[in-house]
Each structure stands twice: as structure tokens, then as C-alpha cells.
Design a protein around this ligand. Sequence first.
Ligand code: FPP
Length: 251
Amino acid sequence: MDYKEKIDPAKLPQHIAIIMDGNGRWAQNRGQVRVFGHQNGVESVRQTATAAAELGIKYLTLYAFSTENWKRPKIEVDALMNLLVSSLSSELGTLMDNNIRLRAIGDVSHLDQECYSQLQETIGLTSGNTRMELILALNYSGKWDIATAARKIAEDAVTGKINTDDISQELFGTYLDTKDFPDPELLIRTSGEYRISNFLIWQMAYSELYFTPVLWPDFRKADLYEAIYDFQQRERRFGMISEQIKPADDK
Ligand code: FPP
């Protein structure tokens, strides 16, 4: 089925977040080392980012490296860092051609120096782009984000910059690393795993979750269209009942 044709442009999610999973299994299924899967995942990133920008999605967040991923064998961590450096450099043309602005969330200052520098350079070079923001979650985890926000709030309360009475959900959100972006309406996870894996745990309070068995290196534009079409069939009630959220003439 051609899901692109069926997507309602008036009901697009503003922000899609993706857990790109299954690279290792994709490689192992082919008798290759895990890094081969990550390398092939770059084409999926390119296809997904361009498809999202073409559709009119405003924010796309990709979970590229979690705080827990440091526990992987050093050879894989090093290969992932090298792949990020080379991809950020080789994909600059794709970002510019598609008017995509690169952003990052996570404790990026603790990435390898080369990776950090390349990231900052690409962020700077794309800072004038306006069609879509591609947000890479790098050395990111949801618990890290929440704990860091709590520490900054405590510091501001101690110095008198804020009153403890001011601490609300809205204020808390402004201390998170995602403060510049709306919460994702749709989370996609590939590879048939049904977990959140410490991703945007605060921000996904009301996200629609979409799980697909497709392994990340096989994920293509058509898979994104299918996920968005599926999202558009859902009724998002935000704690209310069906009758409260339907337009009056539908009741
Ligand atoms: C999860 O698959 C994937 C990752 C930890 C890394 C994702 C990185 C890329 C796609 C590389 C390029 C990224 C950018 C933004 C240029 P897994 O290794 O956990 O797979 P498995 O569950 O099959 O082992």
C-alpha cells in the first residue's frame, strides 16, 4: 500500500523521535561484524531525514548514542564515534540541500574530541537552515536529562534565581536539554523490541508509540510513511474521553 498518498498533511506530527535499533542483528544476519550494520544505518538516517523534511515534519530526534552505549566493547564504541565524525562531514551536503538544521541533545562535551568538534562545526554550518531540525541524541539518556535539570533547578533555587513555589511541570521542561523543542507526538522503534530504553522519558508522557519489526538498516521512506499513517489513525485523548475531543459536528 502507498501510505504516502494516504497521509493527511493537516494532521502531521510536528516532532517524531526514533530509536534506531537492530543494526547489530542486521549485520550478524549477513555474517558481518556489528559495525557493518551501523554503517548501513547511515543510509536509513539519510532517507528518513529527507523524507521527514519533504513531508513537513519540523523536528526529528534520533537516538544515536545513549549514555549506556559506552558499556559496549571499545572497538564498537570507537567505530561508532568514527562513523559519526565521517557521517557528519559527508552528510553536510544532504543537510544543506534539504535546508535541515542539525541540533544535539545529551552530554556532548564528553564525546570524543574529534566527534565533539565535528558536531559543533556541522551545527554551526547548518544553523541558518529552517525547514526541519534534525536532533541527534548523543551521550543522552532520559534519566540523565531529568537529573541534570533537577540539579540546575536546585542551584537556581539556592542562589535565589527562582522560588521553590515556581517549580512546575512547565518550568521543569525549560531546564531539560530539549527545552527548544516541543514534545514528540510519535515515537518509532525499529527491530521488534518493545522498550523505551531511557530515551525521552519525560517528553514522551503522551507520545504515541509505534513499533516495527523492520531492522534499522532496512528502514526506508516507505516505513516512515506507514508509521505516520498509523499515527494519524489513533485517537489521542490526553486523559479525556472520546466525546470530549471530537469536533462538535462529529458528535
Ligand atoms: C542500535 O542498534 C543502534 C545504535 C546504538 C547506533 C545507531 C547509529 C547509527 C545508525 C549510525 C549513524 C548515525 C548517524 C546519526 C549518522 P544495535 O547495535 O543495538 O542493534 P542490535 O539490537 O541488533 O544489536
